[in-house]
Design a protein around this ligand. Sequence first.
Ligand code: FES
Length: 557
Amino acid sequence: MFDFTIDGRIVSVKEGTTILEAARSAGLHIPTLCYLKNVSSIGSCRLCVVEVEGAAGLVSSCNTLVKPGMVVHTNSDAITAARRTALQLIIADHGLNTTQYCFSCPKNGSCELQDRCRELGVETTPFDVQPAGGPILDSNPFIAFNPALCIRCQRCVGACNNAAGNHTLVTGRRGVRTSILAPFGEDWKSTNCESCGNCAGACPTGAITMKRRREYRSWEIQRVRTTCPHCATGCQYNLVVKNGRIVDTEALDGPSNHGLLCVKGRSASFDFVHSPQRLTMPLIRSKITGELEPASWDEALDLVARRFGEIKARHGGSAIAAFACARSANEDIYMLQKMARTVFETNNVDNCARVCHGPSVAGLQRTLGSGAMTNPISDICENAQVILLVGSNPEEAHPVIGMQLRAAVARGTRLIVVDPRDIGLSKTSDLHIKLKPGTNVAFANGIVRQLIHDDLIDHAFIECRTEGFADLKAMVEAYTPERVAQICAIDPRDLIAAARLYGRADRAAIVYCLGVTEHSSGTEGVMSLSNIAMVTGKYGRPGCGINPLRGQNNVQG
Ligand code: FES
């Protein structure tokens, strides 16, 4: 920590803090436009300029680091004039002099450019600029790009490349002719675009928008914060509600998604609510016609209560079972088991957390005491030096985790993919071990043996925190690289390389999914992976652990 002065106040900051971050933490407001936290800080818009004593000219606060003893002023006539001029140039480029886009723009009312103009009192521009033109690209079913509204802040490029790790949306040309090359034209399907819409979420204007935005304006809606129901990542978002109908979503900066969403979460996982195919009233099968016919809730509840009562009276409570969904809230699931135990008088209570990942629950409970991820998603993606990804294709099954893993690999995290399939992440992995399906246990035993032979194990951790190491050591001795290579149909050198890459890292995490659990030996597969982390002491620390990617958003609730 060191001190610097901002607007006459002495503030302590950590090394590596930008002037903007320091100002915000001190409660000072600096306007920004091209800056987006953790996504983009290219310093192109110049709205965030400040005075630094001794510096030649104004500096952009979003990407200038604070230095010890620095004296900064965030407000002066010169600063305001510079910000207003920058904004006038931007709105000229945005076509304010030539068109009346604001009225028809889907972002009208929630446009950051409008907001900054209001804040700085800019209503017109003296500059006569020919705005960047080009056809509107809207062949993508979810996203549209209007180049005329683009202010070339490149936040979309940062969202696609840095945050989502996708690299399909790029910048073309340079200088005043800089343009965004958005993959939403006729050929969008031939690109790697996942239609995740994170570019639209990052766009401060109406240049890149989700098509759903055309259905509403910001003053017509309510926002309801919730957790995306699609997978188990737990992405936080707002449901955008107009006249009692969900019309859109907005990503929030949740602990597992950091403002990202995938195409399923952002554009699909809520449409069932208003689907015309959805049952909205009870149906009772008619004894006369044999068809399901609409009934009132009273009729349906009376029938169900009576039939359950009859079954219980005739066969006892154990003839009845209650099964809950892990996409339900804790309170609902609690009430279901309460009803089962107190009304039906049965302990036959279960839920889907024990189906596809039943082996995770059993295997991790047996080895660790709890069937859950040991580390948060952000910790794995930000702190692990090596990730051992087994039987999992997160880009498809848990896309927001897939995005963060891609970004981690781009930043230098080493990746070992153990999967018979060619998955997207295997293209950038250090090792792709395409083992024979169903041979995970032999593979993991081979890794443990190699770690023991290379003395890459944590003796203190094994001594203090584990049981049965001698038995494990004796058992895995038979799993030589050559034997494992034969069982798994892999190159024995890959097994050795994987063990050394994982074992030599200070922080390495295991991530796995149904490619491990959905086998008759699934529980043993989970326990074997758990052994890898235990013998190396890679538990209870950042960037380590064993982490099942599961199916439902409340599966660990
Ligand atoms: Fe800093 Fe744009 S927000 S230059």
